[in-house]
Design a protein around this ligand. Structure first.
Ligand SMILES: *Cc1c(COP(=O)(O)O)cnc(C)c1O
Length: 480
């Protein structure tokens, strides 16, 4: 399996080469030269597999520079009921991403039962093990530098804690995270995890990361890397749970392998749902892929009009589904590459206009193809919708869903065909968003047993000024 760049300017590379990198050298994103194709017989043989075996069946088709036995061992070590133990029902833990029924043909897929209670653990935990393995083989080290307002940073830290060859330096805005998020990150005592609490807003943290990365010499000398949402390893790991959700849904709804299932995905950077698109390209019978957004509705606008016009920070709103507060969806580039027939030259021109101008418009044909052949639909929500849908799901079905999943529920309802099974992806557990859950349900959300008393654990972090030079100095002193 060779990987190319969406912008066409890079020679084909192997999985292990792109795993540790971010953007390709030409500014594009890595993508397989072609997608592995599955037959009806392949799908039928995959249907009964447990999560680990399914993960191997899917991921091994994208990787040919890691021996099969090694890849299998890394996957086996990642997807265990001990790691994915934070769900509603203990005896479902072995399914890793179990379904919960809301209504006939309407289910939620639990993706958030890992250590940090968000779907990002699904991919990040595997990435931690893959990084350690690949760095060991290459005899290299990586120092991950990131900025977080909550979810991504904690998922990265829990995935990389204690891994050989990896240090994590995570910047977060001082006093701006919820007490739960702060406790989650700062209670880690591992020597390779460094939490820097920066005096400033999230944007300041992000600017510092950009500044450090602009210093090419520093970046190379200190082996600075990232694990952001464009990382191909994350995308490929996410493809797996669409297969798992599909087969579980076929079983639950009494359908046959080959029948269509719709998926609805709370979206921000378009990483999660991009994995759904890839699963469909491999031959998984997905009907609609429904993009749910919040008040930051740049993707809703794109899927409803064919115009992609990313917005500046002045038009990025802070909402109560904060992990979707994104107005530039990096992974969209991968889907549009496929949509326009993999024309790298045109793609490069379109993204140039995203970076320097006002964005682009699809042709009428492309717009129709996107909706009809690729099945993309969308819906946006606001705070009042979110509160109303958290309540509705609880009152009708007795299930607590978090604010992001509630946005998904609204979008699923808007596009649902009652004859076709629909799976809503649960991207976080409600325990992470106590204030909004309180507002909606007048009660605290359920909290997984292992996380009782989290806020009382000793915390370890360094407070620091929002100054790139100081932060570089901090790194230099700690990188051996
Ligand atoms: C990251 C995140 C999202 C958005 O996922 P993308 O892959 O960026 O589209 C949605 N919900 C939650 C809870 C998240 O943490």
């Amino acid at each position: 399996m060779n990987y190319i760049s969406t912008r066409g300017g890079v020679a084909p590379q192997q999985f292990s080469d792109i795993l540790l990198g971010g953007l390709m050298a030409d500014g594009g994103l890595s993508i397989p030269e072609s997608y592995p194709q599955l037959t009806q017989a392949d799908l039928e043989s995959m249907a009964p597999l447990n999560y680990r075996d399914l993960a191997f069946a899917v991921i091994s088709r994208f990787v040919d520079d890691i021996p099969a036995d090694d890849l299998k061992a890394l996957i086996e070590k990642t997807y265990t009921s001990e790691v994915y133990c934070n769900g509603r029902s203990k005896n479902q833990a072995s399914h890793i991403t179990p379904l919960i029924k809301l209504d006939n043909n309407l289910y939620i897929q639990e993706l958030s039962n890992g250590p940090t209670l968000a779907f990002k653990d699904m991919a990040m935990q595997l990435l931690g093990n893959l990084f350690e393995y690949v760095l060991d083989k290459k005899g290299e080290q990586i120092n991950i530098l990131g900025a977080t307002s909550g979810d991504t940073g904690s998922a990265a830290e829990y995935a990389m804690r204690g891994k050989r060859g990896v240090n994590v330096f995570m910047l977060s805005p001082f006093g701006k995270m919820s007490p739960f998020q702060r406790a989650q990150m700062f209670s880690l005592q591992d020597e390779n995890i460094f939490n820097l609490s920066v005096h400033g807003f999230f944007d300041a943290c992000q600017d510092i990361v950009k500044d450090v990365n602009k210093d090419a010499e520093f970046k190379a000398k200190y082996k600075i890397g990232a694990v952001n949402s464009i990382n191909w390893g994350r995308i490929v790991a996410q493809v797996v749970y669409y297969f798992k959700g599909y087969f579980a849904m076929i079983l639950a709804s009494g359908k046959k392998v080959g029948d269509k299932v719709d998926f609805c995905v709370p979206s921000g950077n378009f990483g999660n749902i991009c994995a759904g698109h890839i699963a469909r390209q491999m031959g998984l019978p997905i009907g609609q892929l429904i993009v749910a957004t919040n008040e930051n509705d740049v993707l809703d606008e794109f899927f409803k009009t064919g115009g992609y016009h990313p917005r500046g920070l002045d038009r990025t709103y802070e909402t109560t589904s904060p992990s979707m507060d994104i107005t530039k969806a990096s992974n969209l580039e991968r889907f549009v590459f496929d949509l326009i027939g993999r024309d790298a030259e045109r793609l490069a021109a379109m993204w140039k206009s995203v970076e320097t101008g006002s964005g682009f418009e699809l042709t009428a044909d492309e717009f129709a193809t996107m909706r009809d052949r690729y099945g993309f639909k969308s819906e946006a929500s606001n705070h009042a919708d979110r509160i109303a849908h958290i309540r509705e799901v609880f009152e009708k079905y007795g299930v607590q869903v978090d604010p992001h999943t509630a946005d998904g529920f609204k979008a699923a309802k808007a596009h649902r065909n009652p004859a076709v099974p629909m799976v809503i992806m649960e991207t976080a557990l409600p325990a992470k968003f106590e204030d909004t859950m309180q507002e909606a349900l007048k009660q605290a959300p359920f909290r997984p047993k292992g996380l009782a008393g989290l806020e009382a654990l000793p915390q370890r972090f360094d407070a620091i000024e929002a100054d790139a030079a100081l932060i570089k100095q901090y790194l230099v002193e700690r990188i051996k």
